[in-house]
Write a protein that binds this ligand. Structure first.
Ligand code: UD1
Length: 356
């Protein structure tokens, strides 16, 4: 039995790990390293409990800080664990600072690296996630791409060896839990199916740029004049809104709630009339659930979903956002762009083959 070591640290990493862990642990010893980038119960522990991920074998406790601090501390502490565990393969997930830290530690210490969700590009290097994606893909041995577009992006960068098109691991997870989705009113009293807009905003370009955040606030206030708005709020967004003095105004008209665990979020998403988001995960979960997605960014790494007509990019202009909530109608067709829901099995089969 070979040994696989996964490095995770932030909410989107945990969701992908949840898809893979049951399959990895069937065939390999699976060591889980949590960098500690996310540490609040709502952003971390709840995902381990709810999605049956075992307690991490190592918790590195890096916490919040600058990007350089998070990556640097993550590399240093991951390296110690790697030298002790000597895994046959290291897996990193997505595009967070913990992903980059795990990847650099792994190649610098001479371990083979696999990247789950390789090849995604939004072609905007001012986004920290894009920098992380590009670097991690450049140094990975195995690159598990979720879409054909991701494979093409890698090819354009000259990366061909080790690339495997496997589909989206989020689809695996959604299929696994689809029968456990409860009605939204059991999560949030009084909400009626298809009678509210769900909102998630946490990207640095939206929360750290005052003008963008005030535009978004204005849009949400205007939308709340004609439909209910439900907004599970990330701690960084809450802090930024409070600093700008806009939290109180929003709370008067919008249902602001704590960040949700996976199943509660999926339930609220499934029964929303539309979702407004800047998250990558939510864009495809919306697509899989057939919810029109209004993305408050200028670019997306999930271009295919926009091309299929289910995701509209509106940036942060309040007029564009409000118009999209009123008028955006996706077509009837929703082609399968995210694989067959067996991405985890395909990934593990490749690893088995590699380690034979
Ligand atoms: C990170 C990822 C982003 C992902 C997001 C999901 C990077 C570069 N970004 O962004 O891609 O979409 O996670 O949530 O890795 N904070 C808390 N409690 C926590 C964690 C964070 O209060 O448990 C606050 C802190 O003030 C912190 C801020 O949120 O400074 C930002 O956290 P950080 O981990 O730096 O990035 P995210 O914005 O969460």
């Amino acid at each position: 039995m070979g040994k696989i070591l996964s490095v995770v640290g932030a909410r989107p990493n945990f969701v992908k790990l949840a898809a893979l862990h049951p399959v990895i642990s069937k065939y390999f010893e699976h060591v889980i390293v949590h960098t500690g980038q996310h540490y609040d119960y709502e952003l971390s522990a709840t995902f381990f409990e709810e999605l049956s991920i075992p307690e991490p074998d190592y918790y590195l406790g890096i916490g919040s800080g600058t990007h350089g601090y998070q990556v640097g501390e993550g590399v240093k502490l991951c390296e110690r664990v790697l030298l002790r565990e000597e895994p046959d393969f290291v897996i990193v997930y997505g595009d967070t600072n913990s992903t980059l830290a795990g990847a650099i530690a792994s190649v610098k210490a001479g371990f083979k690296l696999a990247h789950v969700e390789a090849g995604l590009r939004c072609f905007d290097m001012s986004m920290p996630e894009e920098v992380n994606r590009v670097i991690v893909d450049r140094i990975s041995t195995l690159l598990f791409a979720p879409t054909k577009g991701a494979v093409s992006n890698l090819k354009r960068e000259g990366i061909i060896d080790g690339v495997r098109l496997v589909g989206d691991v989020h689809k695996d997870l959604l299929l696994r839990f689809k029968d456990s989705v409860r009605p939204p009113s059991s999560i949030l009293e009084g909400v009626r199916p298809k009678d509210y807009v769900l909102v998630t905003i946490h990207r640095a370009e939206n929360t750290e740029v005052g003008r963008n955040l005030s535009n978004l606030t204005e849009a949400l206030l205007r939308i709340s004049d004609f439909t209910e708005v439900v907004f599970p709020i990330h701690p960084r967004t809450e802090r930024a809104l409070s600093k700008l003095g806009m939290l109180g105004r929003l709370k008067e008209k919008v249902r602001m709630i704590k960040p949700l665990n996976y199943l509660s979020f999926i339930a609220l998403l499934k029964y929303s009339s539309k979702v407004i988001t800047d998250s990558g995960g939510v864009q495809r979960e919306a697509y899989m659930l057939g919810v029109p997605c209004i993305t408050v960014r200028e670019r997306t790494e999930w271009r295919e979903l926009a091309e299929a007509g289910w995701n509209i990019l509106v940036g942060t202009d309040p007029d564009r956002i409000v118009t999209a909530v009123r008028e955006f109608r996706p077509p009837l067709a929703r082609p399968n762009l995210l694989g067959d829901g067996n991405a985890s099995l395909k990934i593990v089969n490749v690893l088995k083959e590699e380690l034979k």
